[in-house]
Ligand binder design. Structure first.
Ligand code: KG4
Ligand code: ZN
Length: 372
């Protein structure tokens, strides 16, 4: 191995790579001898422009773009951090779950770097990256509740340690971001659907249309968004039939009604999950949220109301660390280093990789890849 930072200062400097969906990312983090961690750089190159003409992420295009962009992202991240490869102590890479072509690109790039430098390589579960981020941003203590809500994922995790995750529930069909994107498409609003539906909803009446709250009356923590999307489709068709078009005001009402239903479902299931976790903790555990959908103000407000009712801390990392990035992958490796060995060159890219192997596999695959 090359001479490293740790030998000199007791710190650990790590380069992380992420390429499991439509963002190519690299980041450099440094953990000091006292355990504090700093992000020295975090580079994220989105591919939205490449996929826009197709109305969704095209796996082959994503894989090719990752293969082209990874080297540039690594160089940029090292430059921005002011370090070279010889200043690093370790490498981390997303090894799944995700779109397999992209994950393979990242794993191959990381293996190449590991062979060239002799640095230890840690294959990281993308979901572990999201789930551990509140410890990077807010030093949250274990155990805590994590609600992961993005375009590809939706699950409740009890995070008990760097590699100890219990999935107590999740979506049985669409992820919430997927539902926002589909509703936007149904209502001829621009993609990504989340922000455009949220904006339209701000001018609407959430009570004008009665939309379902799927699975609300079923015990447990599972969620469903597919029926809600179908209800939006039916309501839209009724409006069009009655008005010979979709008046803007009614479209706003429909967006507001849809968003309110998502908020109600997420809030109620989160309330139950918090109650479940409270049964084993003395103090209220933190309620943490990650994923692109966590940007939604109504959803944040709904979840904050829940955490307030438990006297719990609400942690929503800044958006750049809530959505896909490589800092979370490097951080997860720093967290896990003391508890596991690095991987060797047999590290494989995995399209599916549930965090909690004891929980039953979740059905289906989101538009942006496998959900769990
Ligand atoms: O975490 P993310 O950036 O990417 C992955 O899914 O991996 O999440 C993107 C998703 C998209 O479906 C987008 O529509 C949704 O997050 N989103 C939102 C909002 N901003 C982004 N959903 C609801 N409200 C928003 N403001
Ligand atoms: Zn993600």
């Amino acid at each position: 191995m090359l001479a490293t930072g740790s030998a000199v200062t007791g710190s650990t400097t790590i380069l992380g790579l992420e390429s499991s969906c439509d963002d190519t990312a690299a980041a450099v983090l440094r953990r000091d001898g006292q355990g504090g961690t700093r992000i020295l750089s975090s580079v994220v190159r989105g591919q939205a422009d490449l996929h826009a003409p197709f109305g969704g992420v095209v796996p082959e295009i994503a894989a090719r773009a990752h293969a082209e962009l990874l080297d540039h992202c690594v160089e940029e991240a090292l430059d921005a951090a002011g370090v070279g490869l010889r200043d690093l102590d370790a490498l981390a890479v997303t090894a799944g779950p995700g779109l397999i072509g992209g994950v393979v690109s990242g794993v191959m790039c990381a293996k190449g770097l590991s062979v060239a430098t002799g640095l230890p390589l840690y294959g990281i579960n993308h979901l572990a990256g999201h789930a551990l981020t509140p410890r990077l941003t807010d030093d949250v203590a274990y155990p805590y509740l994590m609600l992961l809500v993005s375009g590809g994922h939706c699950q409740f995790l009890i995070v008990r340690g760097p590699a100890e995750f219990e999935r107590i529930g999740g979506t049985i069909d669409d992820a919430p971001g997927e539902a926002f994107d589909k509703v936007a498409r149904l209502l001829a609003l621009p993609q990504p659907g989340g922000p455009s539906v949220e904006e339209a909803a701000s001018a609407g009446d959430p009570e004008r249309f009665a939309l379902p709250r799927p699975l609300l009356n079923r015990p447990g923590f599972d969620l469903s968004f597919s029926g809600l999307k179908t209800a939006v489709l039916r309501t839209r068709d009724t409006i069009i039939a009655e008005h010979a078009g979709l008046p803007q005001a009614l479209r706003a009402d429909l967006c507001a009604g849809f968003q309110a239903a998502v908020v109600d479902v997420l809030a109620e299931k989160t309330r139950r999950a918090m109650t479940h976790l409270m049964a084993e903790t003395n103090a209220p555990p933190a309620l943490c949220v990650a994923g692109g959908v966590a940007a939604n103000r109504a959803i944040r407000a709904g979840l904050e109301t829940v955490s307030d009712s438990f006297g719990a801390r609400f942690v929503a990392p800044p958006l750049a660390l809530c959505t896909d990035n490589a800092a979370m992958i490097a951080f997860a490796a720093l967290e896990q280093m003391g508890t596991r060995d690095p991987d060797d060159l047999s590290l494989a890219a995995r399209p599916r990789w549930p965090l909690d192997l004891a929980s039953p596999a979740m059905l289906g695959s989101g538009k942006k890849g496998a959900k769990a």
